[in-house]
Design a protein. Sequence first.
Length: 323
Amino acid sequence: MAMLEWASRWLQPPASINPRFFDPSLMFPPIVIPRSWSKPYFFPRPTRVKQPIKKETARRIYLIRNGETADMGTQREDIAYHNHNIYAKMDVNQAVVTVRRALGPDSYLDDPPLTQVGYSGAQLVGRSLSMRSLNIHTVYTSPALRCIQTAISIINAMNLKKPLRIRIEPALFEPLRFYSKIPEFLSSDDLAFNGYTVDERYKPMMSIDDLKVMLRTELRPRDIYSRVERAVQRILAGRKEGGVLVISHAPILDAMFRLLTNREDLPRTVGDLQRMVHNYPPCSVTTLQQDPMTLKWENREHLVGPLSYWHVTTMVNIPEFSS
């Protein structure tokens, strides 16, 4: 009612105008709307300038641990073949597609494959690397099946125009003190049959036979560091820009981290090496970037984020040892 009273009062004709000739519309002149405003977007649209994607030139090394492996309980691949070598699905986390091996299922005992969760984690790592448009040009991996499958899953998830070929380096295999004999790794024929894209032109600095010779001599952590240091030198001898993926085992990745960052605190016992599986979870990523001025390697832990689910995370926790 108040609005009606207000309108009726303001629409009354002035005293100087005859009410017979009063037109209320004359008190409110029409609003002229520009013709351009009749379009859905009457504000000028911003001009989009396509910026060329800059090629990442920073020199980085991504230390990635292999995904979850099928070597626990009902997930063990060697147990799955106990019924006349027929593959039995005993757990939904088992691999759907098996790997053909010349030596049969017994080879899985010391060289297990990835689980379904392991594959998924590796694919998420590859997708994370792809979303950041990182210039990754080389992939090194341990000869262990779990590392090879992790590398292949990461590469496939990156959706590169030209897929990378992995370089298998036996020097990146985990500490030999953990084994009584060297596992029977996939042969070149097995790799080709299973569709694993391997860089056949790459000549590793160490062979499987060299590992067999070192089995009885690599007893202390310092012996492992000697082997890993040679692998690091081989990796650093490559391209001086872009990124390199290294897929290996927790103790080897920790050794590479300490060698590159010049850490003086080193593990002293085999037990220290064994406990590193808790510091470097499966599919964890440790990113090292070289400063172009000082040439020192720095830890860029936030460049590639961790994978977290409920109370579990792949965040790396670098262990510290008293000197």
